[in-house]
Design a protein around this ligand. Sequence first.
Ligand SMILES: NC(=O)c1ccc[n+]([C@@H]2O[C@H](COP(=O)([O-])OP(=O)(O)OC[C@H]3O[C@@H](n4cnc5c(N)ncnc54)[C@H](O)[C@@H]3O)[C@@H](O)[C@H]2O)c1
Length: 371
Amino acid sequence: MKKVKIGVIGCGMISEIYIKNCTERFGNVEVVACADIYLPAAEKRAAQFGFRYETVEELLADPEVEVVLNLTIPSEHSKVSMRALKAGKSVYTEKPMAIDKAAGEELVKYAKEHGLFVGNAPDCFLGGGLQTCRKLLDEGIIGKPFAAQAFMFTCGPEWFHPNPEFFYQEGAGPVLDWGPYYISALVALFGPVKKIVSMGKKPKDSRVIMTATSPKVGQEFPVEVPTYVSSLMEFDNNMMANVTLSFDMHYPYWEADMPFLRVYGTEGSMDVPDLNKYEGPILVRNNKGEVTEYPLQFGFTENSRGMGLSDMANAMRNGVTYRANADFGLHIAEVLCDIQKSAVDSKEYVIENKCEIPEQLPMNLPDCLYQ
Ligand SMILES: NC(=O)c1ccc[n+]([C@@H]2O[C@H](COP(=O)([O-])OP(=O)(O)OC[C@H]3O[C@@H](n4cnc5c(N)ncnc54)[C@H](O)[C@@H]3O)[C@@H](O)[C@H]2O)c1
């Protein structure tokens, strides 16, 4: 099958693993060019992987590029994606698809009207960890699931990112930055969300860049969004979940001593592994209180960013459905935007844009995913 040719826009931190996986691993995609508003960033990635770099305008006009992989910052996602669609390219975008519902709806509408594809990160729910959880839950390992609790408690990105300011601006914060992992995992396991209500706090009005390698280390910058947000949601299947997300802790999230996501069922509970990763462990507690670790039954357990893009490329060539699709991304974006709004006004929001539960991946897929 002819590979789908990819042009990357946004050559920052996360672009390296995407390009590496698309270049060395996934069999049905090929990165042919990259661009960035800061041209030296594109030049660096192009030299590292051996393809051309271009200005954003050149890449959008490049006839070889079929899909734009949009790895810009959240506030730019929907604008860059819309420019790509209007240039006749399909798009796979980093999360969230859009930072307001109307922009997301406009994107999806335009793509559907023009026969173009839109896909969205995160694709961690396609990893071996979450796919195995889904299979075990569908098999009834904890009986009938009725509730879930999720926690993302961490120090802020000013501790590891060279340019952490965007994480505290409108369109980011723990809700729009980390929330996508949690909400997409919940929706991939239990289906769409019916309604949400939240409360949020902003303990600090400014932060300081602590990343030692950043040229801006020591600089203070403002915080625009709530950084401790707790949300209560109900799903169309009548399950409920509490999701609490915070950048106000004094340790990294993996030291938080809280479950990432615990699902409660009529016959036991399941601790779902790190939602930002693709691996295990999966721990199940039965109704006698005994805890068992279940082996993973699916592959793709290391950093497999780009799986969702490869899955979309397969859909483009073979006319099948893809999992991290436009409806899924729009639903997640609407839930996140409403959690953020509710964190400020404490109102209840009913979710309007719905999606299907993404189809389970087949077991024993080859390491290259698709040829
Ligand atoms: N860094 C991570 O660990 C991580 C993990 C998962 C997802 N993400 C997501 O990936 C995206 C990018 O994150 P990052 O860490 O690579 O950020 P980054 O700041 O390192 O890189 C973003 C790049 O996009 C470029 N850019 C910004 N606006 C642009 C525009 N309009 N046109 C062209 N280029 C533009 C910037 O110049 C920069 O080089 C974000 O949405 C982030 O949430 C990041």
